[in-house]
Design a protein around this ligand. Structure first.
Ligand code: ATP
Ligand code: MG
Ligand code: MG
Length: 546
């Protein structure tokens, strides 16, 4: 990490290590396998892995799979793939569900010490007695149950003697605490649901706020980083740690979650977009998921650099999506080969060019990086240019092609338009131009100047390709309830055109800069040798400034 990436968590860890509070820094990334990872998770991944790394510590990947209802093996696999793709290697792979027996024992131990009790009241009744910020809670009749009876009832809960919701286990803390989380929070609930890892072994499951600190302590985590919404739960986290029979004393530290403009960032909402077919799966290139960004063409380096630069603080913030795009351009600027693609072609006939002749012209692969060398591109009597690069009746200051005007064809010659052909609907189908052999690129010709430079693809060798152009998935800030009303219906535009002949060799996920169009990725799902498909990652220019 660079100097400017220091942050308050790093200060806390530095101090802890100076005071020798811990032998080694241990962090964890704890996703719940109930959806695919998104760019917000990347912030947490980068933070956890790089923080531990900086202190020569270690980071576990732990699946926080204590809620059987929404969890699935498919998500477990996808999460592993994404973390590996980002370039991080967890020290250990853990499943919270493997600690169910330990957690159960911890709960029994709390009961034995009079620190937990079985509750008969319903969720609703519990909520009612819990009180509000201004009104103290009231004690439940179950609170005075004997330790023996609690032990027996909890055992029966485990054995499946009760239906879902019939009983819960609560911590006995303080019904008048100003922190509502400490008013005898629920530790265990009954759920007769098959679990992706433990099958039907269990019908009681620990609540997140009980399970999470135990998971951290079991693994010897020292700094448990989570997002701000858990700040109020920290006293409960500390209570669980203080009363657990475990050696470790992890500490919870909260930071602000990442929010991005023009997107939604919650697995629930992303799942809804998938389930209701607004997008073409979790890895749709418009999705802010890691798999969507990967398919779109974002690189691990661009995502990581973005996460490092947005910083870590306690203040909620909204980050401009264009900042992520900025880091993609930065990453690919010197790496991606430059090439020419015509997305919406119109044919140009060079009337004075010899019939049947093809010449090969030298072109640099990346003018900003000489080391990438040169390529050869064909030129002949028939080429394609972009339809928008010609106008029959241009406005003032239009420097591209129009009747009577001369432009430069990139890497080739000046051409001048003298005629065009229209079909019966008035659509222009063909331009007729002449070229001037004196003006060949690299010849040093400077007798006259032209103002426009157009890219092209030679027609006889052009390779047909599909281009998928993306716009924001969500048209404005729509983190409210009706985000589905804000789905941008024009978030995908498909065009069919041509690329240079050497692109036949392009492999899935190869990335290019198409002259004037931006950065593109060969779609890893749909592109084939017979039908090349390119996803536009980002355009070339942006008004965005860091
Ligand atoms: P979501 O609310 O988007 O479904 P989550 O918080 O429920 O996400 P988890 O699987 O529980 O998702 O999160 C794993 C880790 O990633 C947690 O430590 C969580 O705090 C962190 N995390 C999730 N979303 C963000 C975000 N937008 N910014 C930073 N960290 C995040
Ligand atoms: Mg969650
Ligand atoms: Mg959540």
């Amino acid at each position: 990490m660079s100097e400017n990436n220091t942050h308050f968590i790093k200060h806390i860890v530095t101090k802890d290590m100076e005071e020798k509070k811990y032998e080694e820094v241990v962090t964890r990334f704890p996703p719940e396998p109930n959806g695919y990872l998104h760019i917000g998770h990347a912030k947490s991944i980068v933070l956890n892995f790089e923080l531990a790394d900086e202190f020569h510590g270690r980071t576990n990947l732990r699946f926080d799979d204590t809620n059987p209802l929404k969890e699935d093996k498919e998500y477990v696999d996808a999460i592993k793939t994404d973390i590996e793709w980002l370039g991080y290697e967890p020290e250990e792979l853990r499943f919270a569900s493997n600690y169910f027996e330990d957690m159960y024992k911890q709960a029994v131990s709390l009961i034995e010490r009079g620190l937990a009790y079985v509750e008969d009241l319903s969720q609703e009744e519990i909520r009612e007695l819990r009180g509000t910020l201004t009104e103290a809670g009231k004690e439940s009749p179950s609170r005075t149950r004997s330790i023996e009876e609690n032990l027996e009832l909890f055992e029966q809960m485990r054995q499946g003697k009760f239906a879902d919701g019939e009983k819960v286990l609560r911590a006995k803390i303080d019904m008048s605490s100003p922190n509502i989380n400490l008013r005898d929070p629920i530790l265990y609930r009954i759920s007769h649901t098959e679990h992706h890892n433990t099958g039907d072994t269990w019908c009681i499951y620990p609540m997140y706020s009980f399970a999470h600190p135990l998971e951290d302590a079991i693994e010897g985590v020292t700094h448990s980083l989570c997002t701000l919404e858990f700040e109020d739960q920290r006293p409960l986290y500390d209570w669980v740690i203080a009363h657990a029979n475990l050696e470790s004393t992890p500490k919870q530290i909260e930071f602000a979650r990442l929010n991005l403009t023009n997107t939604v960032m919650s697995k629930r909402k992303l799942k809804q977009l998938v389930d209701e077919n607004y997008v073409d799966g979790w890895d749709d290139p418009r999705m802010p998921t890691i798999s969507g960004l990967r398919r779109r063409g974002f690189t691990p380096e661009s995502i990581k650099q973005f996460c490092r630069e947005i910083g870590v603080s306690k203040a909620d913030n909204l980050v401009d999506f264009r900042m992520l795009e900025h880091f993609l351009r930065e990453d690919l600027k010197l790496k991606a080969p430059r090439t020419m693609a015509v997305l919406d072609p119109i044919k140009v006939i060079i009337t004075n060019y010899p019939e049947g002749h093809v010449e090969w012209l030298p072109a640099d692969i990346n003018p900003e990086n000489d080391e990438m060398g040169m390529r050869e591109i064909p030129f002949s009597k028939e080429i394609y240019i972009e339809r928008e690069d010609f106008m029959e009746d241009p406005p003032k200051k239009y420097f591209r092609l129009f009747p009577g005007n001369e432009v430069r064809i990139k890497h080739a010659y000046f051409i001048k338009c003298h005629d065009f052909v229209k079909d019966e609907n008035g659509k222009i189908t063909e331009l007729h131009c002449t070229y001037d052999p004196e003006t060949k690129s690299g010849s040093g010709f400077n007798a006259r100047k032209v103002k426009g430079t157009l890219h092209y693809v030679e027609a006889s060798q052009a390779v047909p390709a599909e281009f998928r152009l993306y716009d924001s998935l969500i048209d404005d800030e729509a983190e409210g309830n009706n985000f589905l009303d804000h789905v941008n219906e024009a978030s995908l535009t498909v065009q069919h055109g041509f690329v240079e002949p050497n692109m036949k060799e392009a492999a899935p996920n190869d990335k290019f800069q198409f002259f004037r169009h931006g950065y593109f990725n060969v779609d890893p799902q749909d592109s084939t040798e017979e039908k090349l498909i390119f996803n536009r990652i980002v355009g070339l220019k942006s008004s965005f400034k860091l």
